[in-house]
Design a protein around this ligand. Structure first.
Ligand code: PLP
Length: 357
């Protein structure tokens, strides 16, 4: 089976081999304050920095999930208000998490999934606070390009710009300096098993966290930072996950190269779908995500399409949230081989032809 589910997603083919290596290395039974673990963490951070071209001034941390990052951000900047720009389920969930933690000074700024974010019209309802955005909205296959996020950051220096990049980090070249906090869990675009997330923080993010001096949670950003200074984590982390990430980053091409390939392949997929008679959920090229493609399909016919696809060896992604009944999603993550993409497109073309005959 080849999975086109946008998370947990198709694993990199090398993962089984990396896992055996991890067991043999002994690091999985090493204490997380011991030298072998600290060396692993140092190497993992070095490899991810190198492969993803993360600036040396930005810190790299490991957490458990993107969901945890929502909480870390909410609690570590608890006294700051926030403005949430979103057009889909994940961006909205971030706002919900913040509100459910009692932060009533969280404001919604929804925008249409069919149009570019009108960044010139975004104004902050506070003097100092957080601007929260989702880079790639996995639920509907849209993207706010980091160039636009950078424009917001430049125009609104009184904001700490926080970005959920769960479905793009590792597959798309991000302009790191266009935001202060980026995070992603690894079971999407990194092609690794779930249970680990990467958080990347600017000097401003750390400075503001220090001003908040919030360290009452095991996963307060200040505690994470203090531990990272020693190449450690606040708690016994997912050591296997960190090992797999280190190896995956060691063996990956530089992100620019990966990103170009992902973008070209997204265009190819969209063209092929169009030719085969499928309609994309999002019609505007400029807001389409490179890594997740949402496709409309008649509600009554969708279960059969998914079943036939599974019989042919492909797992299609279900629709998400309000688009669940009448869309399916195709992940275009780097771990999926080109050959698999071509086979899926060929299946979809034939299937749709048969259906319309
Ligand atoms: C999957 C996803 C999440 C949640 O990730 P977890 O690892 O389950 O916490 C958050 N944001 C986006 C954009 C996602 O795609």
């Amino acid at each position: 089976m080849l999975s086109f589910y946008p998370g947990p997603s198709e694993l990199r083919p090398e993962v089984a081999h990396y896992m055996q290596e991890a067991v043999a290395s002994g690091v999985l039974t090493a204490n997380h304050r011991s030298q072998p673990f600290m060396e692993l963490m140092q190497q993992a951070v070095k490899e991810i920095r190198r492969t993803l071209a993360i600036p040396s001034t930005y810190q790299v941390y490991f957490t458990s999930s993107a969901t945890e990052c929502w909480e870390i951000i909410a609690q570590s900047y608890a006294s700051l208000p926030s403005l949430h720009l979103y057009n889909g389920a994940f961006g909205k969930k971030w706002l919900t998490v913040r509100k459910s933690l009692g932060h009533e000074h969280a404001t919604a700024h929804p925008f249409s999934e069919h149009r570019m974010l009108g960044h010139q019209r975004v104004s902050l309802p506070f003097d100092r606070g957080m601007l929260c955005l989702t880079h790639t909205e996995t639920s509907n296959g849209t993207q706010v390009r980091s160039r636009i996020i950078g424009k917001l950051k430049k125009r609104l220096p009184q904001a700490l710009v926080c970005v959920d990049a769960t479905s793009s980090m590792g597959g798309v070249a991000l302009e790191w300096k266009s935001a202060d906090i980026w995070y992603a869990s690894v079971q999407k675009c990194f092609g690794l098993p779930s249970g680990l997330a990467v958080m990347v923080c600017s000097p401003k993010a750390i400075q503001w966290a220090k001003e908040q001096s919030e360290d009452s949670h095991y996963n307060s950003l200040l505690r994470i930072e203090a531990n990272a200074q020693k190449w450690q984590t606040t708690h016994t982390p997912n050591i296997l996950g960190i090992y797999l990430l280190k190896r995956a980053m060691q063996d990956s091409a530089p992100i620019k190269q990966v990103s170009n390939h992902v973008k070209q392949r997204a265009q190819l997929i969209r063209k092929a779908l169009d030719k085969a008679g499928f309609e994309l959920l999002i019609g505007q090229e400029r807001v389409m995500a490179d890594t997740v493609i949402a496709v409309k399909y008649p509600e009554g016919d969708l279960p059969q399409l998914k079943e036939e696809a599974a019989r042919a060896g492909f797992t299609l992604g279900n629709g998400y949230g309000k688009w669940k009944p009448n869309t399916f999603r195709i992940a275009n993550f780097p771990a999926i081989p080109d050959r698999g993409v071509h086979q899926l497109l060929s299946f979809l073309r034939k299937y749709n032809m048969g259906l319309h005959l």
